[in-house]
Design a protein around this ligand. Sequence first.
Ligand code: NAD
Length: 281
Amino acid sequence: MDVAAGQVAVITGGAAGIGRSLAKQCVAEDMRVVLADVESDVLVATAAALREQGGEVLEFVCDVSDADQVEALAQAAIGRFGAVHLLFNNAGVSGGMNSWASTLNDWHWVIGVNLMGVVHGIRSFVPHMLAHGEAAHIVNTASIAGLISGSSMAAYRTTKHAVVALSETLYLDLQRQEAPIGVSVLCPAWVRTGIAESGRNRPNNLQNATPGAGFTAHDVTKAGAVQQLVANGTDPDDVAHKTFDAIRAGQFYILPHPEMKPVVSLRMKSVLNGTNPVDPW
Ligand SMILES: NC(=O)c1ccc[n+]([C@@H]2O[C@H](COP(=O)([O-])OP(=O)(O)OC[C@H]3O[C@@H](n4cnc5c(N)ncnc54)[C@H](O)[C@@H]3O)[C@@H](O)[C@H]2O)c1
């Protein structure tokens, strides 16, 4: 898509991390921005900072796991700005451990935000984009975890593989209809954000009765390692720049960490050669 001043972008999980960097980039491109997030105080602060940089910003408190709230977000964006051209289904959380010890609350929380949040975004915005008929683009944030094998964090990995599959299907369905709507799936590795502290936004009704119960020593080691890797990760502004390059180029798969390609290749080779999954770490 040709990114142009005046276009309207909606960003879920826009208050912090990668979403905030995408919003900064939108403002730098003179786009108008609708910032959605469940963490209201951070949302208000980020929106105010973007306005100070000259941005025209509407902030909207929204839990993406709730279809009605995402529909209300779409109505608010259309009501304020008339049309939406760029949608970032970016909100996500990290949680859970191996697949049998993760609680049902772990599964419901992570699937609700990471997968159903993207489904809700597609269902509320794509019909509007098809109706207005102008060029549009959707970026779904998955993860490198959606392209590789690995142990622990079963719910997270499951949702990210699902977001890759959902995005591929969305792309092909829109192509088949010759709709002027591009799609990309963003698959970063480690980015310096608050993802390792996702529990801050976990709703009360999906808390675990005994936090940490069932964690194996491997889960604990893995969680610590992830925290370190995120803390030493890429600046989210770099991920936002690469994402905008991909939107302009109409590129579907966005891998901001090319050094991870051998790990993706390892999984693809296991599938094609009939060998068993390998934990790359
Ligand atoms: N940071 C990384 O290393 C990394 C790597 C790969 C993929 N990702 C993905 O990037 C995306 C953004 O995460 P981040 O790294 O910027 O983390 P982050 O925690 O800094 O930002 C996530 C944002 O989503 C918001 N959010 C959480 N639950 C929400 C909900 N139910 N509804 C609406 N908003 C909600 C949070 O308040 C926060 O502002 C996620 O989908 C994540 O899985 C991150």
